[in-house]
Design a binder for this molecule. Sequence first.
Ligand SMILES: [Zn+2]
Length: 117
Amino acid sequence: MTDDIYFTPASDSHKKKEKAKARELKQGSWWKQVVGKGICYHCEQKFKADELTMDHLIPIVRGGTSDKKNCVPSCKECNTKKGYKTRAEMAMDELAKTSPANDNQNHEDEYNNDDQE
Ligand SMILES: [Zn+2]
């Protein structure tokens, strides 16, 4: 986590409040309906209601709230994969892995030209 400059943890009071709200939301009929459908939001596979966990699209630690828009059902596998990262950040990680270092290539060309002359 030390190299993640975008990571700004939410305050303890925010986390406490939203975790309590999440617990309340889980007790409510809305969440029972959601898990009753048994579809994981991320992989869209079907699971038993008790295999689905409540997942925050914007994690509480990042300032997300426990409301119906931010809470989705997630299977355990997807929830584990996601961790602290948001979907946008996962996409950015993929880009970082695949993008070549163009700057280095340019420098190499310059050196090659010098050798030939
Ligand atoms: Zn899933």
